[in-house]
Write a protein of this length. Sequence first.
Length: 376
Amino acid sequence: MNITIRGISKRFGDFTALHGLDLDIASGELLALLGPSGSGKTTLLRAIAGLEPIDDGRILFGDTDATRLSVQERRVGFVFQHYALFKHMTVLDNITFGLRMRPRAQRPAGAEIRRRGLELLDLVQLGGLEGRYPTQLSGGQRQRVALARALAIQPRVLLLDEPFGALDAKVRKDLRRWLRQLHRETGYTTIFVTHDQEEALELADRIVVMNRGHIEQIGSTDEVYDSPGTPFVFDFLGSPNVLPGEVRADGIYLLGATAPIEGPNGLQPGPVDVYARPSDFRVVGDDAAAIEGLVLETQRTGVLMRLSVKLSANQQVLEIEVPNPDPEMKVWLPGDHIRLRPAHFSLYRDRPAQQPNIVEDRSASHAAPDSRVRGQ
Ligand code: ATP
């Protein structure tokens, strides 16, 4: 089931939670709605479900205008962060609840309902636990029961609101992998809300990054990660270092450098912000395009060494990660001088609209800009 969203807005009193959003969701897609708290993810999900009436716009399920349809008519399966299982019902009764509540004419026979329930229990890898009660399950198991319950009605769309948010990190990771597998097996169009970038990157086919009721960027996980469309997206997907730079006729000069790093062609001359993640930096030798600084602190994080580096040119402190041990077997210590060059970076102009705006002919496009480049 593909979903088409056109110009939907939602207001709560004077506050606008969704500002005229457009979104196309392909049939069978696993889509993440990612953004900080209050960005409108849940409101959008609830609007798709039919739980939140919208003020403007249209929502189509396939060719059918679903804007005014009820939750039941839309046939969506919904899973919330806090598994709302019925405590007094067994696992099997929980799973088959939606089927048992159907009007008599649409309700399968009792034996068929039981068969489907057991099949779903196997699908969520809880076979044999049908007689247990929710209090006799772990958090992860309960959440899988909630998913099986959502699947029981053979939904046209599966909507998940931070489904693993309440679970500990290890269980979350396991369930992510499992959900990805389940999605492959069932092929349901699935939309899930998360504020966890790692979860979105690991699970989704595409990510919708939301900010204050707007869509900042829509793209595949690679597009969003490798070519963040706006500083906001870059910021939200990592902890960038923002370096002052300048575009001149022969390339991009980092502050204090006497030679340019390579970047895209056709850039307008003038100041730019160079965004680079900690892992984007390379330690270099005598290189006129590099930036130079003093190692302030070192911290080992497994195979990487995290360094705080104070730049000589403007005293800015960068957080970078280098392999540990260094390929040259160098052990970095506070007080060492270091020369660095970003191997990957994105460029943004400091404009109020914060559009990706460097490559002139792409600045109006909503697609990921080509401004994230490889240097050297
Ligand atoms: P979180 O990650 O914290 O769940 P979210 O991105 O899902 O956040 P929403 O729950 O969609 O955000 O909320 C978007 C905005 O709309 C927030 O500012 C919120 O306060 C507001 N909002 C949501 N529901 C209501 C409501 N029923 N009445 C008034 N304001 C609301």
